[in-house]
Write a new protein. Structure first.
Length: 211
């Protein structure tokens, strides 16, 4: 296993599950805080902003996260966030006429940039779906269940998009206890490793041409 990431909406248990997996399997766990980046930029992540400004901020977040991903290249680590998350939250705001005409091309470029970083840095991603009980806590995103479901649907589609070249899996939303989620995550990561290995063998057998 190289770099693997969990992905999914907020308040679904990504960070807790990734940390537990890392401890159990003796690999590195990397927590990525987008809120910290907002604050570092002098911005409030909960404050309203134009889509143009949000896209600028999202591009900076991608740049900073990619620098973190790069530091772990060649190591075994699990992350609690990947570019699919960034895409989900960005496109989650692209509703109605919120995206001005002059921003359309920039948005398309950003989407491709996210996929480029994802494909370059990661071996596999596993999407964690909603379902666990949500308890209000300081510093946590609001438990807006409709928005969480909206993000989950977006991220499922983004992970299944042909532009996503890494192995993508998801944990069934009916699996809610930590033990069950851990078994599912282990199975998904193990399956992803096998797919990655077979792809590498096929690449070598075909003289470097992978179809």
């Amino acid at each position: 296993m190289a770099l693997v990431s969990l992905t999914g909406a907020h308040r679904v248990g990504k960070t807790t599950l990734a940390r537990e997996y890392a401890q159990k399997h003796g690999i590195e766990f990397v927590e990525t805080s987008v809120s910290a980046i907002f604050h570092d930029l002098g911005l409030n992540p909960a404050a309203p902003m134009s889509f143009t400004q949000r896209l600028e901020v999202q591009r900076e977040i991608l740049k900073r996260l990619d620098a973190i991903y790069e530091r772990y290249a060649g190591r075994q680590a699990i992350f609690d966030r990947c570019p699919i998350d960034l895409l989900g939250y960005t496109l989650g705001d692209a509703v109605g006429d919120s995206v001005p005409a002059e921003c359309q091309a920039s948005l398309a470029t950003y989407v491709q940039e996210c996929y480029n970083v994802l494909n370059k840095r990661f071996t596999a991603i596993v999407l964690i779906q909603p379902g666990i009980a949500i308890v209000d806590a300081p510093g946590k995103a609001a438990p807006n269940l409709a928005y969480i479901e909206h993000l989950n649907s977006l991220m499922m589609g983004l992970a299944a998009d042909p532009r996503c070249k890494v192995v993508s899996r998801y944990i069934g939303r009916h699996i809610l206890d930590m033990e069950g989620r851990m078994r599912a995550l282990e199975s998904n990561i193990g399956g992803a490793e096998q797919v990655h290995l077979q792809a590498g063998q096929l690449y070598a057998a075909q003289g470097g041409l992978l179809h």
